[in-house]
Ligand binder design. Structure first.
Ligand code: BES
Ligand code: ZN
Length: 467
């Protein structure tokens, strides 16, 4: 394990954390227990590990794979809790695509003659019988409205396959026959998820023959594709906002997130019902606190399918809104009794995408020393969770997780009996105290040294999670 001593930085994202005098006696060396401030206590005294445990038990009663009924049940529960606590709550739906398992098979019949077409990689599975219409290269802006309800005959070349498909789909075509622009092969063609149209490819000779035939009158074709494409499902993010009073609004936003989806068939008690339980508990305890910064709690869907929910959420933020977000705290796998090895604070670590400290890690490290863990939390470098899209928007973000991982990671044994209330409590205290340090009304500029918790030294750890 390599350790590199670094100093806490004072300025990040426009929030002044340090003030003259904070380092008057020099920063204490980590780890070093500090005491909780009166502000910390307003949050941490209200946190209930029993509440979090009960939430995990409820959520892990069934798998929550994105796009399934299990996700929806979880999402509705999460939404109802946020609403109960008084938050402005929104379900944000987005489409996800699961690949259809093959074999990918296609047929094309014209005038009783069976051609042996290639099926586009990713072609939608469907069967249509319709008139064929030659639309040339299907360049953008050239496809006529009259292709509606017809099968578009398209020549390969000049523009990408997916653009050709897009252009005819937009005009209401119901099938695609592509013909090659060269040679004797037919094995080309790619469609994107969401391009819900069967698409097959024939050779150049077959294509030119069809072009000629069409000059003599209408031609009807039958196109059929099976075992291919994507099944469209809906996944959700759950977003809860609490805005400060207008007179007291800094215009800034602090975010706390977790992902509610699990791997297929996994109860996902630790991954990541634990993070969701912490998000909900912090939302509960902060609901009636005085704030000058918007609190935004989000649980993401489809993290396990490639951070799809957090990327979708990030894509909906305008530049102005992204610039108002000063910090994103992501909690993923924060309650396993079998994670963390012999590391201090149960192995809690804050991973950033670039391995650099930021506002989130500065606050988290210091809050660790002031709260139940009584130790500065180290930081490290890792992606693999929903802090990634926020980092890419330039928002200070970190993943709170216990490392090394437990052996139950992504298995059906990731169940409630492996959850440790103490780990939940410590994580919630650290993130809660950190978030409240940003959101409480006296800290936008933290000019007042009397209320500023001491920033501390904390270490980089090269600690691989081990799975
Ligand atoms: N909770 C994990 C993230 C994780 C796993 C962090 C191991 C640190 C160590 C997350 O749910 C997950 O499994 N992520 C995927 C990546 C994602 C992009 C599909 C992973 O790590 O394989
Ligand atoms: Zn996870």
């Amino acid at each position: 394990m390599s350790r590199k001593k670094t100093m806490a930085v004072l300025l990040t994202a426009g929030i002044v954390l340090g003030v003259n005098g904070v380092y008057a006696q020099g920063p204490p060396a980590a780890p070093n227990a500090q005491s909780a401030t009166a502000f910390d206590n307003k949050i941490i005294k209200k946190i209930s590990a029993d509440n979090m445990y009960d939430t995990i038990a409820l959520l892990s009663a069934q798998p929550r794979e994105a796009g399934t009924e299990g996700e929806l049940i979880g999402v509705q529960y999460i939404k109802s809790q946020f609403e109960k606590y008084g938050y402005e709550t929104e379900l944000q739906p987005f489409k996800i695509y699961n690949t259809v398992k093959g074999p990918r098979v296609g047929s094309l019949v014209i005038n009783g003659e069976s051609l042996n077409p290639y099926v586009f990689s990713g072609s939608y599975s469907a069967e249509v019988t319709a008139e064929v219409m030659n639309v040339g290269l299907a360049l953008t802006g050239t496809v006529p409205d009259t292709v509606k309800g017809k099968i578009a005959l398209i020549e390969r070349g000049t523009n990408p396959f997916v653009e050709k498909v897009k252009n005819v789909l937009e005009k209401g075509a119901v099938g695609v026959i592509l013909y090659n622009n060269t040679g004797t092969a037919n094995n080309v063609g790619v469609a994107d998820p969401g391009q819900n149209i069967p698409a097959v490819t024939i050779t150049r000779a077959q294509g030119l023959a069809l072009v000629e035939q069409l000059k003599n009158g209408p031609v009807t074709a039958h196109v059929k594709v099976t075992g291919s494409g994507y099944i469209e499902k809906t996944s959700y993010n759950v977003i809860a906002k609490m805005k400060p009073h207008k007179n007291k609004d800094t215009g800034q936003v602090v975010m706390v997130g977790a992902h509610h989806d699990s791997v297929p068939g996994g109860p996902g008690a630790n991954d990541d019902a634990s993070g969701v339980s912490t998000v909900l508990e912090l939302a509960r305890v902060m609901a009636n606190m005085p704030i000058d910064t918007e609190l935004r709690f989000v649980t993401f869907g489809s993290e396990e399918k490639g951070l799809l929910g957090s990327y979708h959420y990030a894509s909906t933020l305008s530049k102005e809104e992204a610039d108002r977000i000063v910090a994103h705290f992501q909690m993923d796998m924060v309650g396993s009794k079998d994670a963390g090895g012999n590391n201090p604070a149960g192995g809690l670590i804050m991973y950033t995408i670039d391995g650099q400290k930021n506002l989130v890690t500065d606050l988290g490290a210091a809050a660790g020393a002031r709260t139940a863990a009584s130790v500065a939390i180290p930081y490290g470098k890792l992606g693999r969770s929903d802090h990634q899209p926020f980092h890419e928007l330039g928002i200070p973000a970190a993943l709170f997780i216990h490392s090394p991982l437990e052996p139950w990671y992504h298995t059906p044994a990731d169940t409630i009996d492996k959850i440790d209330k103490n780990k939940l409590q410590e994580t919630a205290e650290i993130v809660g105290a950190s978030v409240y340090q940003i959101a409480r009304p006296d800290t936008p500029a933290l000019k007042n040294a009397r209320v500023a918790p001491v920033l501390i030294d904390y270490d980089f750890e090269n600690r691989p999670p081990g799975a």
